[in-house]
Design a protein around this ligand. Structure first.
Ligand SMILES: C[S@@+](CC[C@H](N)C(=O)[O-])C[C@H]1O[C@@H](n2cnc3c(N)ncnc32)[C@H](O)[C@@H]1O
Length: 149
C-alpha cells in the first residue's frame, strides 16, 4: 500500500460535476488556482518558466470503479484504462493546465476540469517529445469521425 499526502488543493469554479464540460469537443478553459501548502513552497522554485504543467490529483468524490464503461464522448463501452473515467481502481486524475502566473504558493492556471477543493498529489512541468504525427487517438478518433458524418 502507498500513502499520499496532498501538496495542496484546487480552487476551481466547479462545485458540481454537472458544471464541467464533457463529451466530444468539450473545451476546458476554466481558470482557477492551485493552492500549494506553505510547507511545499520551496518546491515551486523556477516553476514560472514553464507554460504548462501536469497536475496529478485525486478523484476524491468518485466512488468505486468499473473496468468497462461508456464515456460521455461515445456510445460504446471501453476499458477504464483506455478512458479518462473518474471511476478507476486507483482514482488518480491527470490534467494539463496553462500556468498564467505564480503568486507565492498560489499558481493561477487555465484549463481546469476538477471540482473545487480537489486534492493535488503532484505537479510536474509539461514536456512532450511525441511528435503530433506519431499520436494515435484510438476509439476517440473513431467516435469523432462518426459524429462528423
Ligand atoms: C473525465 S475526468 C478527466 C480528468 C483528468 N483530465 C484526467 O484525465 O484524469 C473529468 C471529470 O471528473 C469529474 N471530477 C472532477 N473533479 C472530481 C473530483 N474531485 N472527484 C470526483 N470526480 C471529479 C468530473 O465529472 C469531470 O468532468
Amino acid at each position: 500500500m502507498f500513502r499520499f499526502k496532498p501538496i495542496g488543493y484546487v480552487r476551481s469554479p466547479y462545485t458540481s460535476t454537472k458544471e464541467i464540460p464533457k463529451g466530444l469537443g468539450a473545451e476546458h478553459k476554466a481558470e482557477g488556482t492551485l493552492e500549494i501548502l506553505p510547507e511545499f513552497e520551496a518546491g515551486l522554485a523556477d516553476i514560472e518558466g514553464f507554460s504548462h504543467l501536469f497536475v496529478i490529483w485525486i478523484f476524491d468524490r468518485s466512488q468505486g470503479f468499473e473496468l468497462l464503461g461508456t464515456p460521455p464522448s461515445d456510445n460504446r463501452p471501453h476499458g477504464v484504462f483506455a478512458t479518462r473515467s473518474p471511476r478507476r481502481p486507483n482514482p488518480i486524475g491527470l490534467t494539463v493546465v496553462e500556468l498564467l502566473r505564480r503568486e507565492g504558493t498560489r499558481l493561477h492556471v487555465r484549463g481546469l476540469d476538477m471540482l473545487d477543493g480537489t486534492p493535488i498529489l503532484d505537479i510536474k512541468p509539461y514536456l512532450s517529445s511525441v511528435p503530433t504525427e506519431s499520436l494515435r487517438r484510438g476509439w476517440l478518433a473513431e467516435a469523432e469521425a462518426r459524429k462528423g458524418k
